[in-house]
Design a protein. Structure first.
Length: 255
């Protein structure tokens, strides 16, 4: 992190004083983006702090800088790192990345076998997730827990989500699967062992993956196009579903 005066740590019950400030900024940020996030109350955020299922960023003098919390779904088979928010005065200092790294570490510690997922419209968050090992997925690979999807009711795009039968929306779904990551690590070790005897060191094996591959300018253009298609479809009361499905197949094919 660029600012050494910012401390990122697991939140405690003593941090409840920041709950109202955090939820107010969550709402204001969502309105400014013209999109939405699941609205949370100060009591809900306070409870996450008390449970030790949240990460907070503060200055050394106690000024609030950022926040994120953990939610478990589907009998703890899925975990979401939700509500990532940074104080506007501290954006551009690497705070979001530090919080995401800390909440990811906390999630892996508390729920080592769970799949970690997220829904976001923020390109910066998508890049951070990608660096942590998340991969873009279809909505069908996320939890089917109705309680999770009820949280989207406060989002301005909820109508779009429901018109697509919860199969697509303006948010991009990303997933970290610990089982798949373990398989990939084992496969990588096998490949490394197989190519080690190579005399010229040029032998390589690759595996197709749904990575962003660093081409975020292209991906950003795709997000704008996706938003246009989905909003246009929603205005027509769900029309054009077949075309939307085709676009989704293309989207997940090129990543």
């Amino acid at each position: 992190m660029e600012n050494k005066d910012i401390i990122v740590r697991v939140a405690t019950a003593d941090d409840r004083q920041y709950a109202k400030t955090i939820t107010d900024e969550m709402e204001a940020s969502a309105k400014a983006r013209g999109t939405g996030i699941a609205k949370r109350s100060p009591d809900y955020v306070s409870h996450k702090m008390e449970e030790g299922k949240a990460v907070i960023a503060l200055t050394k003098t106690g000024e609030w800088v950022g926040f994120c919390y953990i939610e478990a779904w589907g009998h703890e088979k899925f975990v979401a790192n939700s509500g990532l928010i940074v104080n506007p005065e501290f954006r551009g200092h690497g705070v979001a990345k530090s919080i995401k790294e800390k909440i990811f570490e906390l999630s892996r510690k508390k729920y080592p076998d769970a799949k970690i997922f997220g829904l976001t419209t923020g390109l910066a968050v998508m890049k951070i997730n990608s660096d942590l090992g998340y991969e873009p997925v279809t909505y069908s690979e996320l939890t089917d827990d109705d309680e999770f999807w009820k949280g989207c009711q406060s989002c301005v795009n909820f109508e779009v989500l429901m018109s697509k039968n919860r199969k697509n929306c303006l948010c991009t779904a990303m997933l970290y699967d610990p089982v798949e990551k373990e398989k990939e690590a084992q496969e990588k070790n096998k490949v490394a062992a197989a190519v080690a005897p190579s005399s010229n060191g040029n032998t390589q094996r690759t595996r197709k993956r749904r990575r962003f591959k660093g081409n975020f300018s292209l991906f950003e253009r795709w997000l704008r196009f996706k938003k246009y298609v989905l909003l246009k479809s929603a205005r027509k009361n769900g029309g054009g579903g077949a075309a939307g499905s085709s676009k989704r197949r293309f989207f997940f094919g090129w990543l």
